[in-house]
Ligand binder design. Sequence first.
Ligand code: APR
Ligand code: PHB
Length: 389
Amino acid sequence: MRTQVGIIGAGPAGLLLSRLLALRGIDSVVLENRSREYVEARIRAGILEQHTVDTLTDAGLGDRLRREGLEHRGIHLQHPGTRHTLDFPELCGRTVWVYGQTEVVKDLVAAQLAGGPPLLFEVSDVRPEDVDGDAPRIRFTDADGTPQVLECDVIAGTDGFHGVSRPVVTEAGGRLWERTYPYAWLGILADAAPATDELIYAWHPEGFALYSMRSPSVSRLYLQVDPADSIDNWSDDRIWDGLSRRLDIDGWTVSTGPVTEKSILPMRSFVSAPMRRGRLFLAGDAAHIVPPTGAKGLNLAVADVTLLATALTRLLREGRTDLVDAYSDTALRRVWRCTHFSWWMTSMLHTTGDDFDAELQLSQLRRVCSSEAAARELAENYTGLPIEG
Ligand code: APR
Ligand code: PHB
């Protein structure tokens, strides 16, 4: 087997990269170790920045998004007794969209299987090889158990945090930065109409809570919990009680309904640099993780592959190396901006049990809710800064 770009991992990063390359006449093959059902059922975050919506639309993936996605013009920031609205168009001229990453992945898989480049599910033993030369390859075992070799011009490692690509880059050198946070999120999906127009980010002495949504009849809500806690300790009643206390404001109530999914998600910041070794390029969660508080993970993956698609096209069509050589540094500037923003939102909103921390957080929240400059800084980052490159 031979292709121009061998792509490891069919998450949003790998699938979108394949699509963007195909639109520019570059071949690729996507190798995924899980099944289609598994990949399409994974529940992840649900906020798309304006540039993500534009990129998906330009790639011909905007139909269902525009039909079923919900455009949001701001967020509510809450601390006890106060619910303040940030109006994004007024502050920075942009909006965001609520459309689950699960739905983005379903749209990408459907487009790929309808005449797009090959997408192979349930492969195993995936190994990038000879990435320092001009003719790298990927060895893998296909779904029937037959060993295969995919010869490529370049390899994209879009295989997420636990993939095989990053170790190949880091064994040649580079640096990692990591921060684990002393809290986690308990997330639920509920068949309940959202009781709010915009997402609510709430600081509360008992811990952070977030009211998000997936559709006019499905809510997605989160509670800050201890990372060592078990989901078995959280009955649906206990979750709803916690949510209604932490989100409480006069004259308003959380709307409840059957909980269809619940789980506890760890929170970490992680950056690996460089995002390249020879002809192997990393993008998305394979190179960096942000805590979910600013909903940046998917958007950052889209920004990476937008840059990478342009750089690889220049390399493979014109033989010019300027953009692939700049890729890692250019991508990492956005990665660190989003890493900072996600850390800042996380640090402002999650209680630590320390009274001094709590007063600093409340002071910062009051500042964002009273100063247009402070609010604009949040709004510009939340809705997504323009992509460099
Ligand atoms: N071989 C093939 N595929 C692999 C391998 C492997 N060895 N290891 C992992 N994968 C697959 C995973 O099963 C997954 O489908 O790679 C894919 C990586 O996808 P994601 O983890 O979704 O990462 P990415 O595409 O970078 O998406 C960005 O944004 O909201 C955040 O973390 C969230 O996944 C999201 C991310
Ligand atoms: C979500 O809807 O899953 C979501 C929304 C906003 C966030 C994080 C997650 O900041």
